[in-house]
Design a protein around this ligand. Structure first.
Ligand code: NAD
Length: 363
């Protein structure tokens, strides 16, 4: 055990220790206690859920955004238009972990009152794992779906194109279940999230085939094309279908919220990741559907009973892989690759924050 030693193979750390470290970094950087806790809750939960691309590895980039004046600490979401069941919320480059939470609080209150609420959140700094916001709605007993753009950050080529024209635009939908964790479908519309190319780049491993093309549009599995010049592009999932969903995310989130879409005039040339999100939040109790829960459960049991393909362990429903990861990482600790851990140590040193003892990751 050593708090400063370099672990080239990476480390394992408990969720509680990682949470305390993240809180301490943001408190020292200037965040109020609640903000530091919300950021730590979100990033550590992403790691616990297995989405390391959206976990604590984002901190170095957030710190660069802060230094560039592209992330504003201790700022809150601002309701700029209240049209009853439609709310427009300005993120004002606040921490996305704060602005999205507050925007969802507003939408949840309204959906409980009116049965439905559409919330357009614009210009928030990175709002991270979108499932976090869908889970917030589900905890309140509400269904939700979310369309997100990564405004001005072209990383993904359109179907048939060879250069990046829009972001990894995630889509997310959640359905609360009685006495059980919600169904949560939450994915980037690129074949892999950009952060996953960063994790592969940091680990020095190849990406699966069909995820990226180089700057001339040639298929490759080398994550360097996304992190070194000349830059390549990510590909969308499901060919034109994923491309179509990404386009709808761009327009719904970027245009309807009063934020911005990605085009030549709006390219963001800084480290900031700016998200806009259109969330539609529904109260299931507002439908004439007394059997909705039973129908949903009957369907889920039915699909899970499908005979398994060779080598398939089990049939899972959306959200189950994340639950399994949370159990496993909650018990055994969160693995952090060596490069990311070094970056976190740098951040801790920058703010004179004590680093907890960790163990080398042997897995
Ligand atoms: N804020 C942003 O700008 C931004 C941009 C892109 C992605 N993201 C986030 O990145 C995260 C990772 O995205 P991703 O595309 O890498 O996710 P992914 O490819 O791992 O897909 C995750 C989704 O697929 C489901 N799933 C996975 N395996 C399954 C199986 N075998 N059976 C049934 N369901 C299964 C999961 O439950 C989850 O809903 C997401 O949380 C997303 O919101 C955020």
């Amino acid at each position: 055990m050593n708090d400063t030693k370099h672990f080239s193979t990476g480390i394992k750390i408990s969720a509680a220790d990682l949470h305390a470290l993240v809180c301490a970094i943001w408190r020292s950087a200037g965040s109020e206690e609640r903000e530091a806790v919300l950021v730590a809750d979100h990033l550590v939960q992403a790691n616990l859920s297995g989405h390391d691309s959206h976990g604590v590895g984002m901190i170095p980039r957030y710190l660069r955004s802060l230094a560039d004046g592209e992330l504003t600490l201790n700022r809150h979401a601002k309701l700029v238009r209240d049209a009853g069941a439609v709310l427009t919320v300005e993120g004002g480059l606040a921490f996305g972990q704060v602005a999205a939470r507050e925007a969802m609080d507003m939408g949840i209150e309204r959906a409980k009152r009116l049965g439905i609420c559409a919330v357009g959140l614009r210009n928030a700094h990175h709002i991270g794992r979108i499932g976090h916001w869908a889970e917030q709605c589900a905890e309140a007993g509400l269904v939700s779906f979310h369309f997100v753009n990564v405004a001005g950050d072209p990383l993904v080529a359109p179907f048939g194109g060879i250069d990046a024209r829009f972001g990894t635009n995630p889509f997310c939908a959640a359905y609360p279940r009685r006495g059980k964790p919600p169904l949560v479908l939450d994915f980037a519309t690129s074949r892999v999230a950009f952060g996953k190319t960063r994790v592969a780049y940091n680990k020095g491993v190849q990406l699966p085939e069909g995820c990226v093309i180089d700057h001339q549009g040639r298929p490759t599995t080398d994550p360097r094309v996304m992190h070194e010049t000349p830059r390549g592009s990510l590909l969308t999932l499901g060919e034109f279908k994923g491309y179509g969903l990404a386009a709808m995310c761009e327009v719904f989130a970027g245009a309807l919220s009063g934020g911005f879409t990605t085009h030549a005039e709006t390219i963001v040339h800084s480290n900031a990741i700016i998200n806009c999100m259109l969330s539609v939040i529904l109260d299931p109790a507002a439908f004439d559907a007394p059997d909705a829960d039973a129908e949903a459960e009957a369907f889920l049991a039915w699909v899970k009973a499908s005979p398994l393909q060779q080598d398939a362990g089990e049939i899972q429903v959306p959200g189950e892989p994340e639950l399994a990861r949370r159990r496993e990482r909650g018990d055994n600790g969160i693995p952090i690759d060596g490069t990311t851990w070094e970056q976190l140590l740098d951040a801790a040193r920058q703010f004179a924050v004590a680093v907890p003892a960790v163990r080398s990751d042997q897995s």
